[in-house]
Design a protein around this ligand. Sequence first.
Ligand SMILES: [Fe+2]
Ligand SMILES: [Fe+2]
Length: 222
Amino acid sequence: MMQTAVSRTLLSVWTPVFSSLAARTCSNCRAVPYGARGYSVIPPSTSSEEKAMLDRMLRVDHAGEYGANRIYAGQMAVLGRSQSAPLIQSMWDQEKYHLQKFNEILAENRVRPTLLLPLWNVAGFVLGASSALLGKEGAMACTVAVEESISEHYNSQIRALMEADPDRYKELLQIIKEFRDDEMEHHDTGLEHDAEKLPGYWLMKTVIQAGCKAAIYVSERI
Ligand SMILES: [Fe+2]
Ligand SMILES: [Fe+2]
């Protein structure tokens, strides 16, 4: 009851945002009947349970890539003229590609994004900018924490899809594995560029990763 009321309130508040997002992302929408083979990445659902599982996965992945983009945007807002700018920009460029891919997949499969995108918009940027205010080491520490969380999240999805049916989810697995490898590379880049030299590195990492876990949890559900 309470959950329904909260969902309704969120919907009414953020509908204009989603309408504009949908208008942007649905340029590739196709009229695909439910259950019909319409796109090569996601197989046609054979049950409402499978559809719900895939929707949840795609929604949270899209939210993660959206948040990652906002984090790098925040870092570039602060460090855009520093020596670290090309490095941060190159990771951001990969995140842009990840997000674009999930935008396409969501639109083509008529999966709505999480209702919390406006929150991740602000929270991601603030996290990126505030970590960058601590200097290059702060930005890299944030990158290590976030990318480790996203890699682990993708790994758990890969395990779940492999256990369910590796052939059936072959194309989706391919994309998630490719993105997981990119995230691990970002994680390693952060470590190679002095993330651990930040005073309070472990505390910061723990706090950010707790935030990532909470964000993943709610983005799967709302
Ligand atoms: Fe990514
Ligand atoms: Fe990444």
